[in-house]
Design a protein around this ligand. Structure first.
Ligand code: SF4
Length: 323
């Protein structure tokens, strides 16, 4: 889809946009449950890169402490808990520039992927830059999808990251796809970019063949100590418009209402779902920040009749007043 086409979609009257997105959504996703994904940091802080939004860069002084790779058993316990709470995917994140097969930690990572798959969950991981052979080994271990976000439009990207380029990220995405791994790729809004920068990101994503399987749309959580600590929040209607445009541009992608939900009212979240968001992060924590409480998720999804069937019993229990 061209940038001009995306602009025409995005800037049409709000309710016309919602109606168009809803039609696309119902054609491709009617009756299919919202996906709940759990997020787990497997290696925190101390990253060499300078992504301006990130609490984990070693260049900024933030609340995040540098920690090594967590044990495989810790990942397995998190997967079991996530599954019991209704998640169907565990997303694991490691803060570093990248990893190759000669790093002794790589074997543990392959084991994490295998063991997560054994629990019955989909496994997603983000490890930064991969070599072709690392990507192939992850695919053989059963990795469902690899997360590598483009963050923003190509023109704005250098204002956010200087230690690697937009092209570097595209190259990494090519290696992931060549290995036969699904792709999770999206961005962050609220970093000072224009609406055109956001649409440029959607243009790059929707022009991929095929477009990503999952498209997370994150609202910046300004982290004290990072260069973006003073960024104001994104108006909800801009987020809703972007989600609707993403739904129309990538009908078959799971569009994830990702970081930043804590700042959204239940009504704004409902409009995001109506506009085509069909995946959320479910659990107390994102990688380094808090998420909406799981019982609030369940309450909201139940009110909207979006609760996955296997969670209906849990909803009834969690909504009982406590003694
Ligand atoms: S590469 Fe990842 S962990 Fe490192 S600074 Fe950028 S976003 Fe943070």
């Amino acid at each position: 889809m061209t940038l001009e086409h995306l602009k025409a979609i995005y800037h049409q009257p709000f309710f016309d946009l919602l109606e168009q997105a809803r039609k696309v959504h119902q054609t491709h996703w009617k009756g299919k449950p919202l996906q709940l994904c759990a997020l787990l940091s497997i290696k925190s802080g101390g990253c060499s890169e300078d992504c301006a939004y990130c609490a984990q860069s070693s260049r900024y002084s933030t609340h995040v402490k540098r920690e090594g790779l967590i044990p495989v058993e810790q990942v397995v316990s998190a997967a079991v808990r996530a599954k019991a709470a209704g998640a169907t995917r565990l997303c694991m994140g490691a803060a570093w520039r990248g990893i190759d097969t000669d790093d002794p930690r790589f074997l543990s990572i392959l084991e994490m992927v295998r063991r997560v798959r054994e629990t019955g969950l989909e496994a997603c991981i983000t490890l930064g830059v991969l070599s072709p052979s690392a990507a192939q080994q992850l695919q053989k271990a059963g990795l469902t999808v690899y997360n590598h976000n483009l963050d923003t439009g190509e023109e704005f990207f250098p204002k956010i990251v200087s230690t690697h380029s937009f092209r570097d990220r595209l190259e990494n995405i090519r290696r992931i796809r060549e290995a036969g791994i699904g792709l999770c790729c999206g961005g962050i809004i609220g970093m000072g970019e224009s609406v055109d920068d956001r649409l440029s990101l959607l243009q790059t994503l929707s022009s991929m063949t095929p477009p990503p399987d999952s498209v997370p749309i994150n609202c910046l959580i300004p982290i004290p100590g990072t260069p973006l600590e003073k960024q104001p929040p994104v108006p909800s209607f801009e987020l809703i418009r972007l989600i609707a445009t993403a739904r129309i541009a990538m009908p078959q992608a799971r569009v994830r209402l990702a970081a930043g939900r804590l700042k959204l009212s239940p009504e704004a979240q409902a409009l995001c779902f109506y506009a085509g968001a069909n995946s959320i992060f479910h659990g107390e924590k994102l990688l380094t920040t808090n998420n909406q409480a799981p019982n609030q998720d369940i309450k909201l999804l139940q009110e909207l009749d979006l609760l996955p069937e296997d969670l209906l019993g849990k909803a009834e229990n969690s909504l009982q007043p406590s003694a």
